[in-house]
Write a protein that binds this ligand. Structure first.
Ligand SMILES: Nc1ncnc2c1ncn2[C@@H]1O[C@H](COP(=O)(O)OP(=O)(O)OP(=O)(O)O)[C@@H](O)[C@H]1O
Ligand SMILES: [Mg+2]
Length: 335
């Protein structure tokens, strides 16, 4: 075993001191924190009152101070302002390379990447992903996958020359497993609707392809059969464990631990899934606008006349446990 330590002579500056010494007057371009905890770039339009109880009227603008035509306005106290310098917002690919640290600057970095359709950002070896709600962003479509796979073990320890991706995490895990013969873990975390379930699917698909990219046609075929099985298990698990919530139309209401098994020569040859902490109470009730588990609606939508008769099935709106009068029922329920 060995431990790699990165020692930096000069780390990023925390914003605390910079905030203490910042001055704000009419025309100053800075950040303000709105009621939704968003830090927005703004220009100060008016300062009222005397320190320390000043009120600053601000309006959103671009970094060069150009006011936004349909921008937002607000009046905020001093502690809702944070200074801004163009140099602190120099684009970085890894948030660890930022020269000054503050929520406002972190948010602005990832926001400006997002508007350029760059949804992945490194924080050291961690990949921060923003949900794009779009599977066709040119940088990330599946036809880019071979480029990542072909980097092989050279991409380990930050050696990749490609834009970061969820695939990068899968790639590093795969080659660390092969190179050091050690089991690897990938943790996907985030709030509801952040894209964890989709990220886990992206990781699984990549690992399957990566493990057989250089294999014979027969070995690739064998792995394809296993991958198909893993992929087709998802809709079944999701039917019984996912439901529409106010935050996510396909919210996982259970925890999932997936163990992908590889043979000694590195081929994917099995998958083992443990489910835990299912939200059982949803079977007998759910919040307004939400739904019970998909499977009940799918059953009602897809049953034959004979099954309807046999199981006494009716339209979901007839069952109070499935419908409380406000939720959408028919959309996205695949029978
Ligand atoms: N990488 C992605 N590309 C495109 N769309 C995505 C991606 N990730 C997520 N989405 C969209 O966001 C929705 C919510 O994502 P997902 O179900 O993965 O969230 P989650 O983090 O698992 O939420 P929960 O904790 O509620 O289960 C998906 O149904 C999909 O429409
Ligand atoms: Mg989920």
């Amino acid at each position: 075993f060995f431990v790699r330590l990165a020692v930096c002579s000069e780390g990023p500056r925390a914003m605390t001191d910079l905030r203490k010494h910042a001055t704000y007057e009419v025309g100053t371009v800075c950040f303000y924190e709105d009621e939704g905890d968003n830090w927005r770039i703004c220009a100060i339009q008016k300062v009222a009152g005397e320190p320390p109880k000043q009120a600053f009227s601000v309006r959103t603008c671009t970094i060069d101070g150009t006011l936004e035509a349909d921008g937002l306005t607000a009046t905020v106290p001093l502690d809702k302002l944070a200074p801004l310098s163009e140099e602190w917002l120099a684009p970085v690919k890894d948030l660890l390379h930022m020269v000054t640290l503050h929520n406002s600057l972190l948010l602005e970095q990832i926001r400006s990447r997002y508007w350029r359709d760059i949804i992945y950002t490194n924080i050291g070896p961690i990949v921060l992903a923003l949900n794009p709600y779009n599977y066709n962003l040119p940088l990330y479509t599946d036809d880019n996958m071979p480029k990542y796979i072909e980097e092989r073990a050279e991409a380990l320890h930050g050696g990749s020359r490609l834009p970061t991706h969820t695939w990068s995490v899968a790639h590093n895990a795969y080659w660390s497993m092969v190179k050091y013969s050690k089991a690897q873990s990938i943790l996907v975390s985030g709030e509801s609707g952040a894209g964890k379930t989709e990220a886990a699917k992206i990781v699984t698909k990549y690992l399957a392809r990566c493990s057989t990219h250089f294999a014979s046609a027969a070995e690739r075929e064998q792995a394809r059969v296993i991958t198909d099985k893993i992929e087709s298990a998802s809709p079944i698990l999701e039917a019984f464990g996912n439901a529409k919530t106010l935050r996510n139309d396909n919210s996982s209401r259970f925890g999932k631990f997936m163990k992908l098994q590889f043979s000694k020569n590195g081929f994917l040859h099995g998958c083992y899934t443990i489910n835990y902490l299912l939200e059982k109470s949803r079977v007998v009730g759910h919040a307004k606008g939400e739904r019970s588990y998909h499977t009940f609606y799918q059953l009602a939508a897809g049953a034959t006349e004979e099954e309807r008769e046999r199981y006494r099935l009716q339209d979901p709106t007839a069952f109070s446990w499935l419908y409380s009068g406000v939720e959408r029922i028919t959309e996205d329920v695949q029978a």
